[in-house]
Design a protein around this ligand. Structure first.
Ligand SMILES: [Zn+2]
Length: 292
């Protein structure tokens, strides 16, 4: 490509009686076009180009047909002898991507996954029946309540006081609670409290702890109590996991809540503890989504 402009430049400079700056009349064309080729040569050249074009067209057509045949053959052989394409697709899906019931302990309830307004666990039991101190008449699902009873007793044996400030909340109770917060904090309430349907408390497996050292309040001061540190080390042994840890706000969508624990069963709590994952990370990968 760089040669043609140089040739044109030389021809301009060689022109008789013309200065380098004088314009050359007429269009500047390549040397070979200055002398028109013989018509028979033009015909031969056109003929060769046509032959090349037709050859390429033929090869492309044959090649395309061959590719189609190979693909069809493959599809036919897969369809007839190896019906394993569907199971292989299944392997790429999560093993348990959806739950037929929201009673599953590993159901993912977060800012994007909501429980229906009419979901209520059927096995709620009062925590007082399990010798758990509460600020009101709190309830949890039976299995969670049994494990919480053991957890609180073990903490008491280590001289740690744990009182449940809040446990199961219905869809409508959560709506009232959230609306109260919104009236005070505006849109900021969405990072402090879940909207109705999006609260783990509706599952009947989440508890909010407090104690005398925290003034029986819910808040970050609870994280400065020795009971909080006891939970950090022992809660998983009873199947409970801190749901909204410090520094994971972008993941969970909620501020750090050192008081809020969720029961997921001892096996999963141990998996979460051993892997170092947050509850949110774990449930996004291995949990189920609510379809109930
Ligand atoms: Zn809570």
């Amino acid at each position: 490509m760089g040669i043609a402009p140089i040739i044109r430049e030389r021809r301009v400079l060689k022109g008789k009686g013309k200065t380098p700056t004088s314009p050359r009349p007429g269009p500047t064309r390549k040397r070979r076009s200055a002398k028109p080729p013989h018509p028979s040569r033009v015909r031969r050249r056109r003929g060769r180009r046509l032959a090349v074009f037709l050859t390429l067209l033929f090869l492309f057509g044959v090649g395309y047909s061959l590719v189609n045949l190979v693909e069809e053959g493959r599809a036919a052989s897969v369809g007839s002898s190896t019906p394993a394409t569907e199971p292989s697709k299944d392997k790429t899906r999560k093993v348990s991507s959806s739950s037929s019931t929201c009673d599953a302990l590993d159901v993912l309830v977060d800012r994007s996954h909501a429980l229906p307004s009419d979901y209520t666990p059927t096995d709620l039991v009062p925590l007082r029946d399990y010798k758990v101190a509460t600020l009101g008449s709190e309830a949890l699902r039976r299995e969670a309540a049994e494990h919480l009873g053991r957890l609180v007793q073990a903490a008491a044996a280590d001289a740690e006081e744990l009182v449940v400030a809040s446990a199961y909340r219905s869809y409508h109770e959560q709506r009232l609670s959230h609306e109260r917060l919104r009236s005070v904090f505006g849109a900021g309430a969405d990072r402090m409290s879940a909207r109705q349907g999006h609260s783990q408390h509706q599952l009947g497996t989440a508890v909010d702890f407090t104690n005398a050292a925290a003034g029986y309040q819910l808040g970050v001061p609870f994280a400065r109590t020795s009971a909080y540190w006891w939970l950090e080390h022992h809660a998983w042994e009873y199947g409970f996991v801190l749901a909204y840890p410090r520094g994971k706000q972008d993941q969970s969508g909620y501020h750090w809540e050192p008081w809020h624990y969720r029961y997921v069963g001892v096996a999963d709590a141990k998996r979460i503890e051993d892997s170092g994952q947050s509850l949110q990370e774990f449930l996004e990968k291995a949990g189920t989504t609510p379809h109930c």
